[in-house]
Every structure is written in C-alpha cells, then in structure tokens.
Write a protein that binds this ligand. Structure first.
Ligand code: MG
Length: 157
C-alpha cells in the first residue's frame, strides 16, 4: 500500500472561469494558471504521483511547455491515472479538502466526486471531497485564492 499527499493553491482573478473538480462554478472570479487552474485536480494528481514516488505535476506537465497551456486539468489527472495502471497499482481511496472563502462548494460536491471517479475509473464510494473556509484569515480568507489538499492511497495489484 502506498500513500501520497498533494497541495495546490491558485490566485483568484476577475474574468476567468472557475473550475473545481472539473465543474464550472458560477462566480465572478476564476483561478489563474497556465492550465484551467483547477486546484482540486492538481492536488489529486500530485497526491497520486506522490504515492507512486514519481515527483510532481510540475515535472510531468511543465508550465514552460506550450502543449499544456490552458489544458483541462481533467486531462492531467487522466494521464496520471494511466501511470497508476502502468505501475500495477489501483486507487484505494482519495480524500481531499478545498479551502475557499467563496463561493459555496457544497452544491457542486457530488458532481466533483462523479468527475473524479469517472476520470480515475474508481467507484464514487472511494472518493471524498470536503470543503471549508479560512475563517477570513490570510489570502484565502480575503478571497484572493483557493487551495486544495489531497491524500491518495494506492494498492498494488
Ligand atoms: Mg496548480
């Protein structure tokens, strides 16, 4: 059994669409990144790469590479899922937490779980998405950024 941790944060700016867990969430700001800025997908991808001891998404999908510009983060996670199979592992479970002052995440949680389970090819009962605020503290509390933490457990086939 292998365990990996992932973390990501991106700045919120106006005139960007907000994608979290592959769901487009109606909000006046979105996350700035060379991809679609989906911190949920990025944190999960890093947690899985961590469990595989394969570095991080910065190494696998460098922001200096124009191929990855505006790439949907679901594609990044799909490629990471392929590495899991190639290394002869299956996903045991994924747990994660989104830290966002706004917007409310709860109404979109089930769709995020569905997207993640579809991409990873694992049952929804093995994927958990939590959300909390930063209680007004720091950059996230001011609404300047959204962050996500993820933990992945992989089981050898
Ligand atoms: Mg990122």
């Amino acid at each position: 059994m292998r365990v990996g941790i992932g973390y990501d944060i991106h700045r919120l700016v106006e005139e960007r669409k907000l994608f979290l867990g592959g769901v487009e969430i109606p909000y006046l700001k979105g996350l700035i990144s060379h991809t679609d800025g989906d911190v949920v997908m990025h944190a999960i991808a890093d947690a899985i790469l961590g469990a595989l001891a394969l570095g991080d998404i910065g190494q696998h999908f460098p922001d200096s590479d124009p191929d990855y510009k505006n790439m949907p983060s679901s594609d990044i996670l799909r490629r990471v899922a392929r590495l899991v199979a190639e290394r002869n592992f299956v996903i045991g479970n994924i747990d994660m937490a989104i830290i966002a002052e706004e917007p409310k995440i709860h109404p979109f949680r089930d769709r995020m779980v569905e997207n993640i389970s579809d991409i990873l090819g694992v049952d929804k009962s093995k994927i958990n998405v939590k959300a909390t605020t930063s209680e007004g503290v720091g950059s996230i509390g001011r609404g300047d950024a959204i962050a996500a933490y993820a933990v992945a457990v992989l089981v050898e086939k």
